[in-house]
Design a binder for this molecule. Structure first.
Ligand code: ASP
Ligand code: MG
Length: 411
């Protein structure tokens, strides 16, 4: 018998009919002999609706009262789902975050979980009950209601699974797993049977928004096996685990997926003095303006000066350009330029660690398509390039093809 924590997202509990369908699904797992703790989101659109109501009162509404408001969404779904389970003759009990005692810090709207008191849940499970917990919420040391940030129910699920030492945390959503790349761009994209936490983090931070990034970090830290699967279709989904439980895959693929990010912009400052402190003088004001910098490249110039290029989110492009122009005047730089029509393509895979020549293979594939690379950056399990946005689809398809990702023979 296994202990499973399941999380159902907003779409999965988006109507009374869907809540009834989720109840049937849960009972199926229960009848297979599993102990179940179920975390639910608010009905789809509900958190947005509540946020909108708050904005009508005060456009800047945030903090404690906003949390009191937003957590009502999940309180509705835990009660309805518990009723649906009870109606089917299965004992179930709903808990708000505060009732479990999911203790968080006091950072309203983006609180972090500090500890979970799992005693009540354990007692219910021993009595044969199905436990239903409101996602996205907790309580601080003074009893104030807190929320974990948008999409936070994933984190609730993972944190409960860690606290209960569950065998698996299953995230039910509207996609049936994690794909080698976005199927809207590459029709042959393939669902991955498994992927490591590290790879998933790279894929997620590069724009594959299947799971809240924090939930993946949490799962990795506490080594909670995480499975993404569809609420609406049968299937195994994608299992996200650590590197070391790969004994059954004989030949691991070198590259697991192709990620991409459309929202990039590039800024360049030419001819700045090549002296200590220049990087700080250029990037300090950018970070002071709360603009996140992604890739950074500095070239060594022949004439004692240097060129500096970095990328930011496209929304921050204008603001960053203005800051850079000021900096250029101060430093006596030769020129500032920018380009907000660029995208980032990345290949991701833990297999890179043990295989040489992966980056050059990537460059070869892109060269064959006549795609000019503007910037390159690498990490242990990822190679990213910046290219003109007109090459996004072509580049992703070429890489997916070139690394044989559509071929599932290794599974
Ligand atoms: N209901 C919250 C949101 O929409 C939390 C969640 O669904 O994960 O962000
Ligand atoms: Mg969600």
């Amino acid at each position: 018998m296994a202990l499973i924590v399941q999380k159902y997202g907003g779409t999965s509990v988006g109507s009374v009919e869907r809540i009834e369908a989720v109840a049937d699904k849960i009972i199926g797992y229960k009848q297979q002999g599993n102990d179940l703790v179920v975390v639910v989101s608010a009905m789809s659109g509900e958190t947005n609706r509540l946020t909108e109501l708050a904005k009508q009162i005060d456009p800047r509404a945030r903090g404690r009262e906003l949390d009191v408001l937003l957590t009502t969404g999940e309180q509705v779904t835990i009660a309805l789902l518990s009723m649906a389970l009870q109606k089917r003759g299965f004992p179930a009990r709903s808990y708000t975050g505060g009732q479990v005692r999911i203790l968080t810090d006091d950072a309203h709207n983006k609180a972090r979980i500090l500890s979970i008191d799992a005693d009540n849940i354990r007692r219910d499970l021993e009595l044969g009950r199905i436990v239903v917990v409101a996602g996205f919420q907790g309580v601080d040391a003074d009893g104030n209601i807190t929320t974990l940030g948008r999409g936070g129910s994933d984190t609730t699920g993972v944190a409960l699974a860690a606290a209960l030492k569950a065998d698996e945390c299953q995230i039910f959503t509207d996609v049936d797993g994690v794909y080698t790349t976005d199927p809207r761009v590459v029709a042959e994209a393939r669902r991955l049977e498994r992927i490591t936490f590290e790879e998933m983090l790279e894929m997620a931070s590069l724009g594959s928004k299947v799971l809240q990034i924090r939930a993946v970090e949490f799962a990795g830290k506490y080594n909670v096996p995480l499975r993404v699967l569809s609420s609406f279709e049968e299937g195994e989904g994608t299992l996200i685990t650590s590197d070391d439980n790969e004994e059954d895959s004989v030949e691991q693929a070198v590259i697991s997926g192709i990620a991409f990010n459309r929202d990039e912009a590039q800024l360049t400052i030419n001819g700045v003095p090549d002296t200590p402190g220049v990087a700080y003088e250029i990037l300090g004001p950018v970070s002071d303006a709360n603009i996140e910098v992604d890739m950074i490249v500095q070239n060594i110039g022949a004439d004692g000066s240097t060129d500096f290029t970095f990328t930011v989110h496209r929304n921050d492009y204008e603001a960053a350009l203005e800051i850079l122009q000021n900096t250029a005047e101060k430093l006596g730089a030769r020129e500032v330029s920018g380009n907000n029509r660029i995208v980032k393509l990345s290949i991701v895979g833990v297999g890179m660690r043990s295989h040489a020549g992966i980056a050059s293979r990537m460059f070869e594939i892109l060269a064959r398509e006549g795609i000019n690379i503007l910037m390159i950056s690498t990490s242990e399990i990822k190679v990213s390039v910046v290219v003109d946005e007109k090459y996004l689809e072509l580049g992703v398809r070429a890489l997916h093809d070139g690394f044989d990702l559509a071929d599932d023979s290794e599974e």
